[in-house]
Design a protein around this ligand. Structure first.
Ligand code: GSH
Length: 211
């Protein structure tokens, strides 16, 4: 099976990168420089007309959207236990993935690209501030979810951990002090101690050096 992950350093594509590594999958990456607009070039739009990363190309078939990509990785590599096996826990994990994608991610984009939310430049600071407030509200919820836990679901690292890790790491890049979210901070440290994440961090550095 040929697997290629359309990837960009710092982007939410890091979650499927981590999960593919956790699953022991053999895969290549198509590394895109978002800053240089490579995701808008015709050759990439042929792969993903949405012009976003991640996209996962499996034997020529393209999967887009993080939730779908992560669910595919879990189903393709069930031995990795990336989603809970209990049906209700599975749905709860899917709920966390949906929340990362549609509850937290937009608050991050609002801070990174305020012009997409309001095209009046004089409103940019306020748009960013509201994005920040919304993000903090989400991290308060995550703080409660992670209380007394090593991982989101049981004793196994999984999709929810990888995806939330990205949101929390990205959230820290906007200059906010997130140290009061002690459970999220501890979760981040645990995630970063995993070999899969060390491999990701090395890959990100190598790609950034190339760009
Ligand atoms: N709904 C998509 C969102 C993907 C997304 O927004 N990716 C960002 C990187 S974190 C991206 O490609 N941004 C480029 C752009 O919007 O110009 C998913 O969950 O996969």
């Amino acid at each position: 099976m040929n697997i290629t992950l359309a990837f960009a350093p710092g982007a939410c594509a890091i979650a499927p990168y981590i999960l593919l590594k956790e699953a022991g999958a053999s895969f290549d990456t198509l590394d895109l420089n978002l800053g240089a607009g490579e995701h808008h070039k015709p050759e990439y739009l042929k792969i993903n007309p949405k012009g976003k990363v991640p996209a996962l190309i499996v034997d020529g078939t393209v999967i887009t959207e993080n939730v779908a990509i992560q669910t595919w990785i879990d189903r393709q590599f069930p031995q990795a236990g990336l989603m809970p096996s209990d049906p209700m826990q599975y749905i709860q994990a899917l709920s966390v993935l949906g929340w990362c994608g549609s509850g937290i991610h937009p608050k991050l984009t609002q801070q990174a690209r305020p012009e997409r939310y309001c095209d009046d430049p004089s409103a940019a600071a306020r748009v960013k501030a509201l994005g920040h407030e919304g993000m903090v509200e989400q991290f308060e919820l995550a703080e409660q979810m992670l209380a007394g836990k090593t991982w989101f679901f049981g004793e196994r690292f999984g999709c929810a951990d990888a995806y939330f890790y990205w949101t929390f790491r990205r959230g820290g890049a906007f200059g906010a002090d997130l140290s009061r979210f002690a459970n999220c901070m501890a979760h981040r440290s645990r995630v970063e101690s995993r070999p899969s994440v060390k491999a990701l961090l090395a890959h990100e550095e190598a790609v950034k050096a190339r760009f």
